[in-house]
Design a protein around this ligand. Structure first.
Ligand SMILES: [Zn+2]
Length: 502
């Protein structure tokens, strides 16, 4: 069963159970300041759970693009991903634990064809309802394990929102894969038991101070990672061996002339390049632009990490664009925005990678010089000022300096780096104040409150369009003279609005 088939099967199954299939949302969360990037299928469902919006149906299902920043450094092993697809079914005050557990079981055993005796479940400590519903499926009592808040209480996503006890489903890859201890079981920490799905029983809303109040109606949020489940049904122990990743690894292999599966270090570098290229493609496809702050920084860090690991494979010219092209070709039928914005995505990748390549060489030279300084050579600590200079002048993410330093036995002074960052933020604030004063002077602020200007920069950087209004000192004018300072409002613009979201 291919990844594509698995995705389609899930949506068909839940459509058959009365669910409305809704499109996944952007990786940039809409109207949710608590989140940097969309990290789960429930992100767009949140306002329905909270009773703030009326859902199109009480039963919903989706396939959602997700991005998680917590594990970036761990990418390169056989399982951690930044970008992944999550399948989910949701109940907004409709069905609860009973149907959720029964349907998950039915889908996994009958439609994905996973053998029943390989499956385990975990539940929250005192959740006897969940325990009994699992017994109803035919799962033996000794394969239903109880865990505390750390393992079986989900959410909230961000610092507040819906949350509740959950139940996780595990697939046993077999004794030969695990640690071999007789006590080995789900949550052991070894590779034997793969978590293939999470069922969240949303009962509470948690505020910023950690107080939980019951939700108007108990709801259901579930998540199944496509990549992991594809690995299980395809009989693989790693997501990289599934049909979702093999074409990308093949591309890296073709570009670098290195073969996957012959050398641990090379394999790991190939996985980093593959995984990050895929993530970069989707991030830019949803409108994230490289920058030194927020999600733009996540993108920049990912791209630079991929470029750097590419060098370990002997790829010292820009190459990420080519893996992005394969990603687009492979995923465009599910995510048409990739095809629509293909030129834009590829251009941004090429520009950013070329620029990084140019600074990388001078940066690497600088790190060498810093590490060769006698005072630093003796302490094996790279000072915060130097880490900051690498970051600010050469665009070296601090994590990259750490990784390069660590490979030579050096650590970096992170506190010193943070101090320098703070100083820079103060400087940036002063500049921003100046900038907005200029905008108010020309009266632009009054106008943008009532108008939006469509952004057309995804298809090109030149645009013939109409001037809708001209402003001098806040007043609309019919003409402006040479040398006069004015604001103009266009019908559409290829200029990307970096500040203010307009
Ligand atoms: Zn184990």
């Amino acid at each position: 069963m291919t990844g594509d088939e698995l995705r389609a099967l899930f949506l068909e199954f839940f459509e058959g159970k009365g669910h409305k299939i809704i499109p996944g949302s952007s990786l940039i969360p809409q109207d949710d300041p608590t989140l940097l990037l969309t990290s789960a299928g429930m992100v767009q469902i949140k306002p329905y759970f909270l009773g703030e919006l009326e859902p199109p149906s009480r039963r919903l299902a989706s396939c959602q693009k997700c991005f998680r920043t917590t594990d970036i450094e761990r990418v390169g092993d056989t399982s951690h991903l930044t970008f992944f697809e999550m399948l989910g079914n949701f109940s907004v005050g409709d069905y609860f634990k009973k149907e959720t557990i029964a349907w998950a079981w039915e889908f996994i055993t009958q439609h994905l064809g996973m053998p029943e005796d390989r499956l385990w479940a975990s539940i929250f400590l005192d959740d006897d309802d969940a325990f009994n519903y699992w017994l109803d499926t035919g799962m033996p009592a000794d394969k239903i394990l109880r865990f505390g808040e750390e393992d079986n209480f989900w959410g909230p996503a961000g610092d507040s929102g819906p949350c509740g006890p959950d139940s996780e489903i595990f697939y046993d890859l077999g004794e030969e894969v695990g640690c071999g201890k007789p006590s080995c079981a789900p949550n052991c920490g070894c590779d034997r038991f793969v978590e293939i799905g999470t069922l969240v029983f949303m009962q509470f809303n948690q505020d910023k101070n950690g107080n939980r109040t019951p939700l108007p109606k108990p709801s259901i949020d579930t998540g199944m990672g496509i990549e992991r489940n594809a690995a299980v049904v395809q009989g693989k122990t790693s997501v990289y061996e599934t049909d979702l990743f093999v074409p990308l690894l093949d591309c890296v292999s073709r570009l670098s002339g290195k073969k996957y599966g012959t050398d641990n270090e090379i394999d790991s570098a190939m996985r980093v390049v593959t995984e990050h290229s895929r993530g970069i493609t989707f991030l830019i496809g949803d409108g994230v632009m490289p920058s030194n702050e927020g999600r733009g920084y996540v993108l920049r860090r990912l791209l630079r990490r991929a470029a750097l690991f590419g060098r370990r494979l002997g790829l010292d010219r820009p190459f990420l664009k080519e893996i992005a092209e394969i990603t687009i070709r492979q995923m465009e039928h599910v995510y048409p925005e990739l095809k629509q914005r293909q030129d834009f995505i590829l251009n941004i990748i090429e520009m950013e990678e070329t620029r990084f390549g140019e600074t990388l060489n001078s940066g690497l030279e600088l790190i060498e010089n810093i590490m060769a300084t006698p005072s630093i050579k003796s302490t094996k600590i790279i000072p915060g000022e130097d880490v900051f200079r690498l970051y600010d002048t050469y665009g070296f993410p601090v994590e990259l300096t750490s990784e390069i330093g660590a490979s030579r036995g050096f650590t970096v002074d992170l506190e010193g780096f943070d101090r320098e960052m703070d100083k820079q933020r103060q400087r940036a604030k002063a500049v921003q104040k100046f900038g907005s004063a200029g905008m108010v002077k020309n009266g632009v602020n009054n106008i943008v409150d009532i108008m939006t200007t469509p952004f057309v920069g995804y298809s090109g950087t030149k645009q013939r369009t109409e001037i809708l209004s001209m402003l001098v000192n806040g007043d609309s004018v019919r003409s402006i003279a040479q040398g006069q300072e004015a604001g103009i409002i266009l019908a559409e613009t290829p200029f990307y609005g970096e500040m203010g979201g307009r």
